[in-house]
Design a protein around this ligand. Sequence first.
Ligand code: GLY
Ligand code: MN
Ligand code: MN
Length: 435
Amino acid sequence: MRMTEFKKRRRSLMRMMSKGDIAILPTAPTMTRSRDVEHPYRPDSDFYYLTGFAEPEAVAVLRPGHEGGEYLLFCRERDPEKELWNGLRAGLEGAKKRYGADEALAIGKLHEALPRMLESSERVYYAIGSHDELDRRLPEWIALTRAKSRSGIRGPREIVALDLILHEMRLFKDKTEIEAMRQSAAAAAEGHKRMMRACKPGMPEYRLESEFLHECAHHGARQASYSAIVGGGANACILHYTENRDLLRDGELVLIDAGCEFDYYASDITRTFPVNGVFSSVQKELYQLVLDAQHAAIAEVWPGNSCDAPHKAAVRLLAKGLIRLGLLKGPLSRLIKKEGYKRFYMHRTNHWLGMDVHDVGDYFQGDKPRPLQPGMVLTIEPGLYIPRDCKEVAKQWRGIGIRIEDDVLVTAEGHEILSAAAPKEIDEIEAWMAS
Ligand code: GLY
Ligand code: MN
Ligand code: MN
């Protein structure tokens, strides 16, 4: 993504602030995996959204209209010894030249410099809960400015929840973000196709996960956007099953919920398919029902429609189908009102998708679900999960778990399914697996 994009976003945020205000935005800490091994570093999404800066130990400061420069970046200084071991750093010069900061200071100077900046600030924009140390220190520093009131220092009068403002911005994806999300979904869709082709009875579930990661990396998406769920048979009924250690069995379905991150944008796709490549008639019945519900839910994705409409449509179709197949008893209206369908469909149908897999942004305006608008991206992911020990339904249905999940962009005309390349119609899946 070009640096001008990040600059545009900083501008948009600063337009919502006034001269004399300050926004303080720390990035994420590094995380230890074990002893001296760290998890791969991932910057904080809000921080990256405004800076494009992916190094740890950084804090961005925005001061609209400030004479000395509006954008100050605290970051690590260059250090040949550390860079030899751990990789190059932008350093203070790089922060300005490559990342567009007007001013850059060593991160070690934060404690000295930030209290002084607060002294001359009216309002502080900060996301409380975003950084352990700043959460503790900011109130202390603000209190210290009060103590100087006799020397004419006023200090901040207000603290504004920066996260709420940024999250509303992030909910609406701009052109470059949409392009990154297309790429993310396209890579993950190829990953799903590869798993379908690789799948054979007797394989461990993790083998499919490895095929997925391989394909995504091949398309430039080296990180998964969450731990893949590869659930064969009844493992598909454990919603967050990530052990992925069992063997895939002939005659069973496998549910795979796997997505990747491309340029810090997530995809989130689920496909369910027969381990041996051919659906049984019982599997077909249940699968087609989930697929119909998913089509119905996707059809509700258009600008102006309620963001709750896809879920309502999915629930209605699933409940109706469950009555028809004899898994639940009607009447339909009662089943929906009393939420009896939750026995087999216990999660929601959609969530926002973006830099985070369960992306930020409000779902409600006041007490009403908000309308969908162009630029929003959401998943549509209905499912059915019939527990293995579910005595109240005929044996043939037990231990089947199905979910179908796509990533959908709201457009001015309706929607675009970003993950459409991954097959999901029954005949498409069978043909692809046989090819
Ligand atoms: N993969 C997480 C979800 O589908 O929400
Ligand atoms: Mn998912
Ligand atoms: Mn999802």
